[in-house]
Design a binder for this molecule. Structure first.
Ligand SMILES: NC(=O)c1ccc[n+]([C@@H]2O[C@H](COP(=O)([O-])OP(=O)(O)OC[C@H]3O[C@@H](n4cnc5c(N)ncnc54)[C@H](O)[C@@H]3O)[C@@H](O)[C@H]2O)c1
Ligand SMILES: O=C(O)C[C@H](O)C(=O)O
Length: 318
């Protein structure tokens, strides 16, 4: 099994690559990035990070070969391609501020990937996530079961981590669901959140739960405020979990950004919903019951993503 990660000279991409290699189920992880000129010097971040990470193999104990490159020919025949190429936001920016620059990058990268791996499955990470997934899908011409975005696993992981801290329980025992776009309108769903099967609403008072929901929605921004750039450990781990589910045909149920064709009453939009992920990509979109207030929140999130999509379409018309 061969996996390609584009943008792997950067933070999220290199984290995805190492997380996959450490699990040791893939033959090869190809790490692509661009060369960088500084003064009279040229640097190759993807080659450097791949070499550094490959040198952890004897210590961490894995066989997966990590290969850094600037050449898409090396990605030929990849089973899964992860796109993390793009610019991260800085303090004061929203993810949507990256629309113009990252849509150009995601389009170019997708064109190159599909040239060499026409049967691949694409997992998009670049922001603004839902619209970048739309761009990768439109560029690839692939069936929508083979193009998806990573956000929901990260956003639920944040929700689960905050709850684990508040309740003083293992984060492993917290299961949760979250829907909508990867922005401040995302919809954490306390009604679908349990601690080893016990509804979380029975374990925490509503004020504290509301505060954790709010912190989750702003979780990406909290990290940007702390680091001056956006997060990579949890995003990298989340994207690697999607790759693993696909390659090992695990039939995992995760919230992922996928194209909706009438599900939840939404059409022609990539948005986060629960799906079954395994061999071939998205095997099923799962429709859960939402009450009136949850539906209202999902509609608001749909509206926000649609507005960014409209902005993208206007850029294309220019
Ligand atoms: N979906 C999510 O939940 C999520 C989470 C974290 C980050 N992100 C997004 O992921 C992206 C990457 O974040 P990061 O922190 O790794 O940034 P980074 O700057 O550390 O890495 C990005 C890399 O992309 C590379 N790149 C730029 N243009 C390229 C091109 N045309 N071809 C190949 N590589 C190219 C850059 O050289 C850089 O090495 C950002 O857009 C960020 O907003 C999304
Ligand atoms: O917040 C960001 O800009 C990066 C990412 O989407 C995140 O949620 O960490």
């Amino acid at each position: 099994m061969k996996v390609t990660v584009v943008g792997a000279g950067g933070n999220v991409g290199s984290t995805v690559a190492l997380a996959i290699a450490e699990r040791d189920y893939a033959k090869e992880v190809v790490m692509v990035d661009i060369e960088k000129e500084e003064g009279d010097k040229t640097f190759y971040p993807s080659k450097g990070r791949a070499l550094d990470q490959w040198e952890t193999a004897p210590i961490l104990g894995f066989d997966t070969r990590l290969v850094g490159t600037v050449n898409y020919e090396d990605t030929k025949g990849s089973d899964v391609c992860v796109i993390t190429a793009g610019v991260p936001r800085k303090p004061g920016m929203s993810r949507d501020d990256l629309l113009e620059i990252n849509s150009n990058i995601v389009r170019t990268v997708t064109e190159e990937l599909v040239k060499y791996s026409p049967d691949t499955i694409i997992v998009v990470v670049s922001n603004p996530l839902d619209v970048m997934t739309y761009v990768a899908h439109a560029t690839s011409g692939f069936d929508s079961s083979r193009v998806m975005g990573m956000a929901g696993i990260l956003d639920t992981a944040r929700f689960r981590a905050f709850l684990a801290e508040e309740l003083n329980v293992s984060p492993k025992d917290i299961q949760s669901l979250l829907m909508g776009g990867h922005g401040d309108t995302m919809v954490p769903l306390p009604r679908y959140t349990t601690v080893s099967g016990i509804p979380v609403t029975q374990l925490i008072d509503s004020d504290k739960l509301d505060a954790i929901v709010d912190r989750t929605k702003k979780g990406g921004g909290e990290l940007v405020g702390l680091m001056g750039t956006s997060a990579w450990y949890a995003p990298g781990a989340a994207a690697a979990q999607m790759v693993e589910a696909i390659i090992l045909d695990q039939n995992r149920i995760f919230p992922c950004a996928v194209q909706l064709n009438g599900e939840y009453g939404i059409n022609d939009l990539f948005l986060g919903v629960p799906v079954k992920l395994g061999k071939g990509g998205i095997k099923e979109i799962i429709e859960v019951d939402l009450d009136d207030s949850e539906t209202e929140l999902l509609r608001a999130s749909e509206k926000a993503v649609r507005s960014t999509l409209e902005d993208f379409k206007k850029l294309m018309d220019k």
